[in-house]
Ligand binder design. Sequence first.
Ligand code: 5RP
Length: 227
Amino acid sequence: MTQDELKRLVGQAAADYVLSNVADGAVIGVGTGSTANCFIDALAPHKRRYRGAVSSSVATTARLEQHGIKVFDLNEIESLPVYVDGADEIDPTGAMIKGGGGALTREKIVASVAEIFVCIADASKRVPVLGGFPLPVEVVPMARTAIGRRLTAVGGVPVLRVTNDGAPYITDNGNEILDVKNLRIDDPRAFEVAVNAWPGVVTVGLFASRGADFCLLGTESGVETID
Ligand code: 5RP
C-alpha cells in the first residue's frame, strides 16, 4: 500500500471509531494535515449525526466547511468528547512530535480540551526515539534569535521555517516556527516542560504531557491500535 492509501485507511478507521463511540449531536475536535484530511473526508458523509467540529487550523476549517460541516469556536463549546489528529513521529511511550503542518499551537489547545485524543498515522511515523523529524517550535517573532540560541545550547540546529518564496512562514496565530534538527529526545516530557518555560516560546511541538490516548496506525497488514 502507498502512504496515501495507509492514511486513507486510518482516516476511515478513526471515522468508524467516532461513529461507534461518540454520541449523536456531539462536536468533534479535528486536527490538521493530510491524514486528518482523510478523517474529515471519511466523516463527512455522516455529518448530520454531529453538531459540527472544532478546528485546529485555518486549513482544516476550510476543508470542513467545503464538506458543509459547521465549525465552532472553541470558546462556544463546553465539552469535546474526541479529538482526531495526525503526527510526525510517535515513540514507544506514545509521545509525539507534531507541527509539521504548522498548526501545533491550536492542535495542542484543542487536544487539551478533548476527553479522548486519537492519533492517526501511517506506520512510517513510528520511531524508537523522537528527534529524527525536526522539532517545530512556534515562537513570538521578536524572540526568534534568543530561542534559537537556547536551542543551539542544548544541541539542536534551529532553522527558521520559510515559504516557497523564502519569506518567513507565519502561523495562523501570527508567529514564526523554528524547526529544530539534530535532537535526540530521550525524555520528551521533561524537554516539553523545559522548552515551554522559555519566554517567547508559544508552543513546542512535543505532545508528551498530553499525548494521544491511543493511536490507529496504518500498516501493510491493516490498522494496528496502540495504547
Ligand atoms: C500539523 C500536524 C500534522 O498532524 C502532522 O504534521 C502530520 O501531518 P500528515 O498527516 O500530513 O503527515 O501536526 O501541524
